[in-house]
Design a protein around this ligand. Sequence first.
Ligand code: B12
Length: 141
Amino acid sequence: MEERKVRFVLAKLGLDDHSRPLYVLSQGLRDAGMEVIYLGMFQTPERVVKAALAEDADAIGLSFHTMHYVGWVGETINLLKENKAEDICLFVGGVIPAEDKVLLEKVGVDEVFRPGTSMEVITSHIKEIVKRKRWQVAPKQ
Ligand code: B12
């Protein structure tokens, strides 16, 4: 049977102009069999959450290479809660210090991927978390 595809909304918020990581990720996620709904740069939390709901996405991925991620991620989490869409997984990556990875994962981000993480680790963790949290598939023993 063909494996169900993860539907993944990918975006950057605010004025962060680092487009290259988005291109690399978009290709890597597609190569791993996911459907990428590519919103690109200069997005807002409202637009991202609206797109995820409209597209019945399994996950949102936000990439940050500027300093303002804590507020942006907080707003995104609040909007997911307001829309009763907390089962949509939320992933964050980019230039995030180790202590903020811990903080963001504490407030509701499913996983933060820092520079140097291989695409294999990123895609396998995303698939595992989506299966468990969104599709509620129990892990194989
Ligand atoms: C290339 C680059 C640029 C290019 C961007 C070209 C482009 N079109 O993208 C240019 C020259 C334009 C640029 C500009 C600037 N840059 Co710059 N740039 C970089 C650089 C060297 C590489 C970034 C990159 O492409 N990495 C390749 C990608 C594939 O790797 P990655 O980002 O590490 O992502 C990995 C993981 O984090 C993860 N990941 C990332 N995002 C996501 C998202 C999800 C959902 C998931 C699952 C995973 C994930 O996956 C990747 C694979 O492991 C970094 C330094 C560095 N070595 O990281 C600085 C850096 C990001 N830039 C920096 C800065 C300060 C700037 C400028 C402000 C400089 C200036 N004063 O003008 C401007 C910003 C302009 C703006 N408005 O945004 C700082 C940011 C510091 C910070 N966070 O506070 C860095 C860290 C350099 C530094 N050491 O100071 N930059």
